[in-house]
Each structure stands twice: as C-alpha cells, then as structure tokens.
Design a protein. Structure first.
Length: 436
C-alpha cells in the first residue's frame, strides 16, 4: 500500500514550513517509503538529504481568489480538497451507514473524541480494535481533540495549565483531559488526522482572556506535538501513520489571530485548523478571522476551518484559501425537514409541498431525488417516519459533497471565482441557515 504512494524525490530542498522544527520520526519512521520530497539539513557539514513525507499536494490554484485544489494522503486513503467531512459525532453520521457514505463519495468522516470518550468509552472502542473497526468505516477519520465539546457541553469545568477537569453531560462523571491525554485518546481511536487540544473561547470574549487563552493553547499544542513525536518515534501502536493538525485561536482580534497562527506554524504541524469560529459571531467577523490567519499559514499544508458552514460560506472560505470543512448542518437540518438546494434551503414541512411530485431538487442524482417526490418526503417528515429524515440527510450530504466536487473542478478549470459569485448570488436563504 505504501509503495503505491511513493513518488520520485526532488532535490529542491527548501520547503516552506520545515526548518528546525522538522520531526525526526518522519524521517526515521515507517513513512520513508511514501516520501515524495526532500529536506536538506541546513547545518550539515555534508549536505545530507533526509527524505520526508509530504502528505498534501496542491495541483491547481485559482487566479482570481486564493482557492486551491489539492489532495491529502492518509494511511486510509486520499482526500481530494476542498473537502467536506460529514460529522459522525457518536461514531455515526446520523442516519447514514458507512456503505451509503461511500456511495455518496465521502472520503473522510469526523469523529468526536469527547462524545466517544464519554460513551461508549475508550475501553469498548479499544476492544473493537479502534474506531475504524468499531463503526466499519475503512476510509480516513479525523478526530477533534475533545476541547470544543468540553467547553460547550460539559459541566463544572476547571481549566488549568495542566489541562481541563470536567463532569460529562451524560452521567456527570468526572474526567480530566490534558494535551497528552487528548493525543493518547486519539491514538487509541486510531484516527488518521488528530487535533491538538485547544481552548475555544466563547463569543464575544474580552481581549485579555482571549490573549491568555491563545497563549495557553499554543503551550498545549507544543505538548501535543511532543507527545505525538514520542509516540511516532516508538511507532507506538501504529501512531506514526497519523497526522497532527495544530489549531489557531485568538478570538476576533487581529493581533491575537496573527500571533497565534505564527506560534502554531512555528511548531510545524501536518496541517492547520482555524478554531474559535462558528461560535455565534456575525459572518463578517468569521471571515475576518480567517483572512487575518490565512497569510501566516504555509501554502503546502492543508487548512481546515472548524465547524463551518452554510454552502455559500464554504465557497467564500475556499476563496480565502481554506481546504477542509466539517459541519452538522446537512444532517441536523434534515431532521427538521430542511433540504439544501442551489437556490437556498426549503422546508419540506411546508404545506406548499403536499401535492408536489417533483424531487427535492431537479437534476439531483442522489437516491432521494431519483426515487421520491417532495410530497411523499413531506408526508414522511410530518408522520415522523425515520425514512423521511434519512432521505433528506442523504440529499443534503450529497449536496455538500457535490458542491465540493464542483468547487474542485472549477478551480482546475480556472473558473472558481465566477462559479462562487454565481452560486452565492443564486442562493437566496443565506441568513436563514446561519450556523448555530
Ligand atoms: Zn437529491
């Protein structure tokens, strides 16, 4: 499997983002076989060339925006970017089986560390040989660190430099997560892309608190990085195959965002996430937080904006140089009867659809649209039949995944910016589906 990914090495050496922070385990661990770039030791007497794996490759960029077309290779397969990651909170993308996810051409799913840690618990998942086996998904999995949920769901949190102590929201049991424990948990889950533990501050947030919090997030990121390196050096339980993304914080303050981004980039992660967005801020502030951060991020690493967003927001974020997205909207809104279309969302509960024999969206090739009418799906939703929410979920996920497919193809053709403007202009319900 590894051999298939082997590429010829190049001798151009000076890759941005390597420098003194290069992780030795990448050079000495089992990843050598998949090397496709080289790294020249700057201080070497003889210019030794150490092979390093680059798991992200850009194939096209847009001329009129910062949109990028790339491919991220993981131990469980490749992810074409820009990519949408369906959210499998409890080890399941709500209402959809892994077989259906594959039929939808989903290339990666997201698992929530906090939820799986609380229930069923790590011992159970360990007995099943990790999250891939447990949920029967053999594609890539990204896990968050659990930080976001600890700060948004758990009770009685006590944050110290060491980590976070909390009571979970299910049975109130006490638990403690440190940066090191967050890495151990994600390793046990068998995640392909792991995230550093961060503190996600609420919106709005006082400057001083945001500053102290972002600095602590950086110190936590360094501890995650160190634990990851140690695990990689010993190739502990296959952990050398996973990637680690650092998370930029800094709330809605330009200097804090830039400082956080620089400090996280200096640690040299496999990819970079922008956290602390989609926390209730207006869309303009969210876009500004991304715009401040993006120029600091190295071009040759994937960028992931966490917890976003609506279809127009995703295109706007792609235009601002972002590559990866996760959002609960397609599955969450399906459960109240809301479907995404190119002209905006429609709520199939509305009486206007009672006799509507059209599919949810004309020309859509998803199973729900090929086989069922709006009128029938409306009936199912009104009667609280499970099939109704499943059909809308399948359509909504298809819509999001297909939008990314279109975006990739438009970047390749050099027409992404026109596509984005046309799509955003056509999409009428922008404000109706703001992220919670
Ligand atoms: Zn459809």
């Amino acid at each position: 499997m590894r051999a298939e990914k082997t590429r010829a090495t190049s001798d151009d050496g000076n890759r941005k983002g390597t420098g003194s922070h290069m992780r030795l385990y990448l050079a000495t661990g089992p990843k050598i076989a998949s090397t496709k770039q080289t790294f020249v030791i700057p201080s070497g007497v003889e210019e030794s060339v150490i092979e390093m794996q680059t798991t992200f490759e850009l194939s096209a960029t847009d001329r009129h925006s910062k949109a990028r077309r790339g491919c991220l290779t993981t131990a469980h397969g490749a992810i074409d970017t820009p990519a949408f990651m369906p959210v499998g909170t409890q080890g399941s993308v709500k209402g959809v089986s892994p077989r259906e996810l594959r039929e939808l051409h989903a290339q990666i799913v997201l698992g929530n560390t906090y939820h799986l840690f609380v229930r069923p618990g790590l011992d159970v998942i360990k007995r099943f040989g990790g999250l891939h086996n447990f949920m029967n998904w053999n594609g890539p999995i990204l896990t968050d660190s659990g930080g976001y949920q600890i700060f948004s769901l758990a009770k009685l949190r006590k944050i110290t430099e060491e980590g976070v102590e909390f009571q979970n929201h299910i049975d109130g049991a006490r638990a403690f997560i440190s940066p090191e424990i967050a890495m151990e948990i994600q390793m046990l889950l068998g995640s392909d892309i792991t995230m550093t533990l961060d503190e996600c501050v609420p919106y709005p947030c006082e400057y001083d608190y945001a500053a102290q919090s972002a600095e602590m997030t950086t110190r936590w990121a360094k501890r995650c990085w160190e634990r990851n390196r140690r695990n990689g050096e010993t190739a502990k339980r296959g952990f050398a195959d996973s990637m680690l993304f650092g998370i930029v914080q800094g709330a809605m303050f330009e200097d804090l965002r830039k400082a956080s981004a620089q400090a996280i980039v200096d640690l040299d992660f496999d990819g970079y996430a922008i956290g602390g967005v989609s926390v209730g801020e207006p869309e303009e502030e969210m876009m500004r937080a991304v715009e401040w951060t993006e120029p600091v991020l190295p071009v040759n690493k994937p960028r992931y904006t966490m917890g976003l967003g609506t279809p127009p927001q995703l295109l706007e974020l792609i235009a601002r140089g972002m590559d990866m997205f996760d959002c609960v909207l397609p599955t969450r809104l399906a459960r109240n009867g809301t479907a995404f279309t190119a002209t905006g969302t429609v709520n199939l509960k509305n009486a206007e659809f009672i006799l509507d024999k059209n599919p949810i969206e004309k020309n859509c090739v998803c199973d729900a649209c090929r086989e069922f009418s709006r009128g029938y799906i409306r009936h199912l939703i009104k009667a609280e039949e499970i099939l109704g929410l499943r059909l809308i979920t399948l359509h909504n996920l298809h819509f999001y995944l297909n939008l990314m497919n279109q975006a990739r193809s438009e970047v390749e053709k050099g027409t992404f910016d026109q596509f984005r403007k046309a799509f955003v202009a056509e999409y009428k319900t922008r404000d109706a589906v703001m992220v919670e």
